[in-house]
Write a protein that binds this ligand. Structure first.
Ligand code: SF4
Length: 177
């Protein structure tokens, strides 16, 4: 038995399950948790998924001028190796299903940023029959970024806020641009 000031860990069962339990317990304790959260905040990998024209702003953010890799953000090919979903602007009903599938394929812990007026409240397509908002597809959105289009600077700020949130500091949910 391992005892701490607040909680105790009781190791029972076979060696494998006890080791898994001990590892899980350890990951939730400082300083291991602090180190893990710090590592996650600088290893945010979004899958290549573009829903609309805000995707070009995301592309600009990933390119040489803004250089998203400085923040630890590296667009990745597969959903199963990604942990950050960026919903880029307008999302149609058909695309919303694909976004949902990609989100479900991503491993935990995973985060979501919704950018562009279209994904927040409809934008210029607010009256369209086939538009779905980011808040309507049933996945939790961590950061909302307004603007039409959302500039790469706003994306950088939103990303810094998400990193703060991952590291356990509070962050404003909506970035004012
Ligand atoms: S917010 Fe503007 S730039 Fe972004 S997807 Fe909508 S229309 Fe395009």
């Amino acid at each position: 038995m391992i005892t701490t000031e607040k909680q105790e860990l009781l190791l029972t069962g076979n060696v494998e399950s006890a080791a898994k339990k001990a590892a899980k317990w350890l990951l939730e304790r400082k300083p291991v948790k602090t180190l893990r959260d710090w590592g996650i905040s600088f290893s945010l990998w979004p899958p290549h998924l573009t829903t609309s024209c805000c995707g070009t702003e995301f592309g600009a953010f990933a390119a040489a001028r803004f250089d998203s890799e400085r923040f630890g953000l590296l667009p990745f090919s597969g959903a199963r190796q990604s942990n950050l979903l960026v919903i880029e602007g307008t999302m149609t009903r058909k695309m919303a299903r694909a976004v949902r599938v990609v989100y479900e394929q991503m491993p935990e812990p995973k985060y979501v940023i919704a950018m562009g007026a279209c994904s927040l409240e409809g934008g210029i397509f607010w009256n369209s029959y086939n538009l779905v908002l980011a808040s309507e597809i049933g996945i939790p959105v961590d950061i909302y970024l307004p603007g039409c289009p959302t500039r790469p600077e706003a994306l950088a700020r939103g990303l810094l806020m998400l990193q703060q949130r991952i590291r356990g500091k509070t962050a404003q949910a909506v970035v004012n641009t």
